[in-house]
Write a protein that binds this ligand. Structure first.
Ligand code: FES
Length: 123
């Protein structure tokens, strides 16, 4: 079956909404990379569950559609700044038709688990 295009809205740290399309089966990180979205420090470990910089906060309804959360993801999320009960790692959740029109918020602060002392963008 052909890939479907799904609408995805991101809310950047400055509160701006960015609406893009992605293909089902792609991760949110794939979408950010493909669309060249400028989220500082996002996806630093390129999806290897080593950094938590791809932390996204979802709406309750969409969160429930995102599928199961693996233990590795859970462990890494525990290290993310500003963790919420609808937080996921953007490199681990995939687009599906069920979440067409989803809104994902980029948290105010990033923490790269690989350099725990470094909070937020350095520039
Ligand atoms: Fe590093 Fe997702 S990109 S954990």
């Amino acid at each position: 079956r052909a890939e479907e295009r799904v609408s995805v809205n991101f809310i950047n740290r400055d509160g701006k909404r960015i609406s893009v399309k992605g293909c089902t089966g792609n991760t949110f990180l794939d979408v950010v990379v493909k669309q060249k979205l400028d989220f500082d420090g996002f996806g630093a470990c390129e999806g290897t569950i080593a950094c938590s910089t791809c932390h996204l906060i979802f709406e309750e309804g969409a969160y429930k559609q995102l599928g199961p959360i693996a233990e590795e993801e859970m462990d890494m999320l525990d290290l993310a700044d500003g963790l919420t009960h609808t937080s996921r790692l953007g490199c681990q959740v995939r687009l599906s038709e069920a979440i067409d029109g989803v809104t994902a918020r980029v948290p105010q602060t990033v923490s790269d688990a690989r350099k725990t002392k470094d909070k937020g963008p350095s520039s």
